[in-house]
Write a new protein. Structure first.
Length: 263
């Protein structure tokens, strides 16, 4: 097995941007006015990953617990900001619990994976930062999906919910079906991804390891382990965020504050 990956020079790397011309052509043909978004997204992604590469190069070359902690904190802050920005109607107590769910659940699964599965020092940046990005990133997406389904159901079922409240039904009983639906929407994409792995597509982590010369079976074991960890983190984080957060929507007068637009 080749022990090294083929290095790309600037010309080779730049060639991939030619593919975006095809995307632009499709947008123009379909009359989809999102060319500016494509440009901004591509540019922003490239800059962010380049800067991340510079930071990681320094951190890997100068390993220190403070750098690892700082990077993980930055991940949590960014993930939380993205979630809260898209869910501004939630009250402050709910938002605080979301942040704590992201930080606590993601860190718990990351510690378990690094210290008990890989069995290396938790402050080893090569593992903790790389795996932390996958865990926090997937958890962020899952919580966003769960909250979107939860809040959309609340809006769509407003008339029914208010009728049930007037009939004396407990707010918890009214909200619980929406919570369960949100949780289901949060982890279904991850489960579907697990179902298709190895048949329809090779996951990114496994592909990267194979390209770098890692034996396929070793890459497979790592990929299975990280996918189980991601599935657990996704489910746990969404569960805690929704089940811990929804009681904040119930007032002392047994009303659902979501419908009163209270913050």
């Amino acid at each position: 097995m080749n022990s090294g990956i083929i290095q790309l020079d600037i010309l080779q790397f730049s060639t991939v941007y030619v593919l975006l011309i095809l995307v632009l052509a499709i947008m123009k043909y379909a009359k989809i006015d999102q060319s500016k978004l494509l440009f901004v997204a591509s540019l922003r992604m490239s800059i962010q990953l380049y800067l991340a590469g510079l930071v990681l190069t320094y951190v890997f070359g100068n390993p220190h617990p403070l750098f690892v902690v700082a990077y993980l904190v930055a991940m949590v802050i960014f993930a939380s900001h993205r979630i809260l920005k898209q869910n501004q109607r939630l009250n402050r107590a709910f938002r605080r619990r979301i942040v704590m769910a992201i930080a606590g659940c993601g860190t718990l699964i990351l510690v378990f994976f690094v210290t008990l599965v890989v069995r290396t020092d938790f402050f080893n940046p090569q593992y903790t930062i790389s795996l932390g990005g996958m865990i926090f990133g997937n958890s962020m997406t899952a919580v966003n999906l769960g909250l979107k389904a939860f809040t959309q159901n609340l809006d769509q079922e407003r008339a029914k919910s208010e009728t049930l409240l007037n009939a004396g039904i407990e707010p918890k009983a009214i909200l619980m079906p929406h919570v369960k639906n949100g949780l289901e929407m949060a982890f279904i994409p991850t489960l579907n991804s697990m179902l298709n792995m190895g048949i329809i597509a090779l996951p990114g982590m496994m592909t990267g390891q194979i390209l770098s010369g890692t034996l396929p079976l070793t890459a497979i074991m790592y990929q299975i382990a990280i996918m189980i960890s991601i599935a657990t983190s996704v489910t746990l984080t969404a569960f805690v965020a929704l089940y811990w957060g929804y009681p904040t929507l119930i007032s002392q007068r047994k009303q659902i504050t979501w419908y009163q637009h209270e913050q």
